[in-house]
Design a binder for this molecule. Sequence first.
Ligand code: HEC
Ligand code: HEC
Length: 289
Amino acid sequence: MRRTLRKWSPFIAAAAVFALAPALSAQLTQYDLEPRSGMESHIGNITGHAKDAKADYRRFCVGCHGELGDGNGENFPWLDPKPRDFQLGIFKCRSTPTGTLPTDEDLSNTLARGLDRSNMPQWSNLTKQQRADLVAWVKHFSPRWVSEKPGTPIQIPAEPEVTPERIKAGRDVFAKVQCWKCHGVEGKADGPSAATLTDDQGRPILAFNFTEGARPKCGSTDQDLYKIFMTGLDGTPMPSFADNIKPDEAWDLVFYLKALEPQKSKEKAIAKQLGLKPVDPNAPPPSGQ
Ligand code: HEC
Ligand code: HEC
């Protein structure tokens, strides 16, 4: 860099620096990040050290997430959805309430799982130590981890027995809190709001189609489904329903979502037996509500 500059006439060099200045001042640099490179993560009995992830990040992540973690890697133009900007400190997959930081374990689980329907691969081939180090490195890009602690994970009550009553009650919750507005009455991601959804960056985003057999990004166990709508996917239009759905009702809703999915399940068999119809947005609310 210095050698090329020296070859330029002083005038051109000055003009070039002047032109670059506004862009540089708006952009975080390595120097801003350096003080945070002592960041740690704690996952079970493993301590992750940001510094130790430098080489792995270069090798495995930088092409998408960029040198400065801003999501501006060289693959940026071709990817949809876009790689996450870690400087924002906003994450979809959390066990913690909406608006709060995820736990280190949440981030490590995300790395191991990958994000379905995106180019974010599964990193299950890395060791737990490598993932813990990478989690610390991801955290060092955002000042949020200096000023805030992760949220307290939500409480998930023990999973109750699936019954026909619970599946019907789950359908009533799906109708009442209007999941169908985005996800559609049959869960086909074709609700009245579906076509106009955008994420916090203003980029178009699709609601999840339950009927295609796709895996939710943030996990597909019953507990994961519970967590997804009780914590929300931050940075997207998918909100948290923690204030609108009681814990017991949340389980009913999980069972109903499973009845919408094409995979064989107890819930699907029961719904079929009941001849359960999709919600009707124009019907009066179920009695007692
Ligand atoms: C081929 C591109 C690509 C590579 C390589 C990649 N990612 Fe990603 N990553 C993405 C995309 C795209 C998203 C956003 C997906 C979405 O929002 O659905 C993402 C999202 C994430 C998230 C946010 C998860 C959340 O809950 O919101 C984390 C953390 C992450 N990546 C970490 C990493 C780490 C660490 C590496 C390297 C080991 C890595 N990624 C490598 C493309 C990539
Ligand atoms: C305002 C629109 C909107 C409403 C209302 C809404 N969702 Fe979503 N939902 C979305 C969008 C958009 C996504 C996809 C986010 C993504 O791909 O990152 C999504 C994704 C999901 C996912 C998959 C998450 C994953 O990890 O991939 C589940 C499960 C889900 N929603 C359940 C629900 C339930 C249950 C309700 C009602 C209690 C609901 N949603 C209400 C917009 C909405």
